[in-house]
Design a protein around this ligand. Structure first.
Ligand SMILES: Cc1cc2nc3c(=O)[nH]c(=O)nc-3n(C[C@H](O)[C@H](O)[C@H](O)COP(=O)(O)OP(=O)(O)OC[C@H]3O[C@@H](n4cnc5c(N)ncnc54)[C@H](O)[C@@H]3O)c2cc1C
Ligand code: SF4
Length: 490
């Protein structure tokens, strides 16, 4: 019996998922470009271009290998599969488990048979058994289990170097007078031009849309950036938008690279003595720790988790998120402008600037989540929902993170060059020149002091409120800042 193998746009790998045991002589491979997905939101054009062009390149590579491939443009995924069902009578549909609750449901209803999703290093059931045995879901505990289970950076049952985690060595501000390696550029081919023309957009040369391009990005990271990844991991520089970050998340998330390929290259470089332990450990933790933990938590916490709003945050998304001319805050203006350009900024601007602002202004978590989901090249439900709802805006009452990542301007000033060119002063919390982050940080703590004073990791910060002699003035300034942000005048 002929089989239809359904490949979603985030499983573009020949050796994993349902393609690993595919038979070019018998199977038909199906990809569906869902028009309702494309039209369903105001997606960042670079993101749409990347996802669609990567899928069309992948379909072409399978045809070149001799597969019968149907790349269907249909109203939605199920409508596309119905076309195949009508064409081949009695055909059976197979796929690897999908990466979202929504697609899992619609494909199950259609009758697709699933094999395990092996695009991650941790089966969902294994993660659930770890999570259900924990009092709190501390990522560090999960990560240590992963190191041991996968036998990565281990020696005689202990972590290589004697420590599990080298983060203390990895918190440097951006370096001065530093020469960053050049950016890797990806040149566009006929398929890229065709997709760009259909989307009426002009892609940058930032993102590859082929497996070869993704492998080139991996090599570029290992050879030119990996050694310095750790120390500047948290820094935000004015003279470089990527620092030593790998820029690999889009490819690991759409399947052009498998996480085990990235880990293999990283461990090999460490074993050759090319990179110090703090960079090797820091990067490997992101992949076998954070990425796996986030995916595990998405499935473990369930579909309703995305609707959490434990801090009762109801403010509409501020205009500066969609239009950087609506603010004089140099950090926000620069970061949102960067996102407009390339659909990407690294972890710290996502967490300590964008999410921090949404958190301390009391912005509605779901509106902020939807914005992040539309804007980022590497976004998907499984990764955005826990990162935003749990880590970014603490909307889950601390199920994932024991404390919120709220910070004033002092943190941004220490870790970036933004404040020097800003209309505001990170040291001030009251007055017209006060940094909005600094004012709103204290206002946030004051608004939620009853909740956070019970949290031993937050009580010191909350008790700091008692030392503020100008709290009334600060609360007044916070109202001015909030209404100015709403009008796009701060
Ligand atoms: C609010 C918020 C939203 C985020 N949204 C996304 C998202 O939609 N998609 C996404 O892939 N990452 C997301 N992240 C995690 C992280 O910011 C990005 O993975 C990273 O910036 C991608 O750039 P890079 O490949 O250069 O990463 P590097 O800094 O080089 O890190 C290496 C890899 O580690 C993995 N990783 C590290 N942290 C995480 C994490 N928290 N969750 C998942 N993977 C992680 C990624 O695969 C990344 O490629 C988010 C983080 C926050 C705080
Ligand atoms: S002073 Fe405040 S608003 Fe301005 S760049 Fe620094 S942190 Fe951002």
């Amino acid at each position: 019996m002929k089989r239809a193998l359904y490949i979603p746009f985030d499983q573009l790998h020949r050796k994993y998922g349902v393609l690993k045991d595919a038979n070019a002589a018998e199977d038909v491979v199906v990809l569906v470009e869902s028009q309702s997905m494309i039209r369903g939101a105001d997606w960042h054009p670079e993101r749409l271009f990347f996802l669609i062009s990567s899928a069309r390149h992948f379909a072409q590579s399978l045809r070149d290998e001799g597969f019968e491939v149907r790349y269907i443009k249909a109203d939605n995924t199920v409508a596309g599969l119905k076309i195949i069902k009508n064409e081949f009578s009695g055909i059976e549909f197979f796929a690897a488990e999908q990466s979202s609750f929504r697609l899992t449901r619609s494909l199950t209803e259609f009758g697709v048979q699933f094999i395990e999703n092996d695009f991650f290093l941790t089966p969902r059931a294994l993660f659930a058994s770890w999570a259900s045995s924990q009092k709190s879901y501390l990522m560090e505990n999960f990560y240590r289990k992963q190191r041991t289970r996968l036998d990565i950076l281990m020696e005689h049952g202990a972590p290589i170097g004697g420590q599990w985690n080298y983060d203390k060595e990895n918190r440097l501000p951006p370096p001065k007078n530093y020469t960053w390696p050049p950016y890797l550029e990806h040149h566009r081919d006929e398929i890229d031009h065709e997709v760009a023309a259909e989307l009426s957009m002009q892609p940058t040369t930032t993102w590859a849309t082929t497996r070869d391009g993704a492998l080139a990005q991996l090599r570029n990271f290992i050879e030119n950036h990996f050694g310095k990844f750790g120390p500047y991991e948290d820094a935000m520089a004015l003279d470089n938008w990527a620092l030593h970050h790998s820029l690999l998340s889009p490819y690991i998330n759409n399947g052009l690279l498998h996480p085990s390929e990235v880990i293999h290259a990283a461990v090999a470089a460490f074993n050759r003595g090319d990179v110090p332990i703090e960079s090797a450990e820091g990067f490997i933790r992101q992949i076998i720790g954070w990425r796996e933990y986030i995916n595990g938590m998405y499935w473990y916490l369930g579909e309703d988790y995305r609707d959490n709003n434990a801090l009762g945050a109801h403010r509409d998304l501020l205009p500066l998120f969609s239009d950087p001319t609506k603010t004089s805050m140099n950090c926000m203006k620069t970061i949102v402008t960067d996102i407009k350009k390339r659909s990407w900024v690294h972890h710290i601007p996502r967490l300590m600037v964008l999410s921090n602002l949404a958190l301390i202004t009391g912005t509605n978590p779901q509106q902020f989540l939807d914005w992040m989901r539309r804007e980022f090249i590497d976004a998907a439900d499984w990764v955005m929902v826990p990162n935003v709802i749990g880590m970014g805006v603490h909307a889950d009452a601390g199920q994932m993170m024991s404390k919120p990542y709220a910070a004033g301007g002092a943190y941004i000033s220490r870790m970036s060059g933004y404040c020097k060119g800003c209309a505001y002063n990170p040291k001030l919390r009251v007055g017209d020149d006060a940094c909005p982050f600094t004012t709103l940080y204290w206002d946030f703590l004051d608004r939620h002091k009853e909740t956070f004073v019970k949290n031993h990791r937050m009580s010191q910060q909350v008790n700091g409120l008692k030392r503020l002699s100008d709290l009334d003035e600060l609360k007044h300034r916070a109202q001015e800042v909030l209404s100015g942000l709403e009008k796009g005048e701060i």
